[in-house]
Design a protein around this ligand. Structure first.
Ligand code: ZN
Length: 180
């Protein structure tokens, strides 16, 4: 995994871009929920599911199909007041799906663990991106308060937080210019 902070940060950043005028607290809360959702699969370790299996860590719950299904489910269940299958409904579903998928992409940029089974359950092949600048985060909280945790934060700050924040600033400046 990348750290929970960075998964959440991507959800908020994507929300700012996707909903520039109407980013509600509800969207942010469920966006963060979606960004962290795939790592629920670490529960599998408790039940003896091996890392490399399709239900193991970075398996099906990190796949694109799961992103699609869970993104739709969150929109259906948590945004009942939206008119179902309206343009806005689909936009929300696309946002949540993208956020869940972003989790696997970030994990595939880390330098440790197994790769991500993007095409599970059709294929259990594990993938990394060709570029893996992120230090893999420890599973669990305890490992985080160590030199390792520090390295994780620094690599994520440098390769994710700084460039994404710059992008947000540029986008908001461009929007400001357009509306003035
Ligand atoms: Zn993960």
């Amino acid at each position: 995994m990348a750290s929970a902070f960075t998964h959440s940060f991507i959800a908020v950043a994507a929300g700012t871009l996707a909903f520039p005028e109407r980013l509600s607290v509800r969207i942010v809360v469920f966006g963060i929920f979606c960004a962290l959702l795939p790592d629920l699969d670490v529960i599998g370790f408790r039940f003896g599911i091996p890392y490399g299996q399709w239900l193991g860590h970075r398996g099906f719950f990190h796949s694109l199909l799961f992103a699609l299904l869970a993104g739709g489910a969150v929109t259906l269940l948590a945004f009942r007041s939206e008119q179902r299958f309206s343009k806005r409904w689909w936009f929300l579903a696309a946002y949540f799906t993208s956020v869940i998928a972003s989790h696997g992409v970030l994990d595939a940029m880390t330098d440790g663990g197994y790769g991500v089974a993007f095409f599970s359950p059709f294929s259990n092949a594990r993938y990394f991106l060709p570029w893996r600048p992120l230090t893999v985060a420890p599973i669990g909280v305890r490992g985080f308060f160590s030199r390792w945790g520090w390295d994780v934060l620094m690599s994520e700050l440098l390769w994710i937080w700084v460039p994404v924040t710059l992008l947000l600033v540029v986008m908001s400046l461009a929007r400001g210019q357009r509306s003035s």
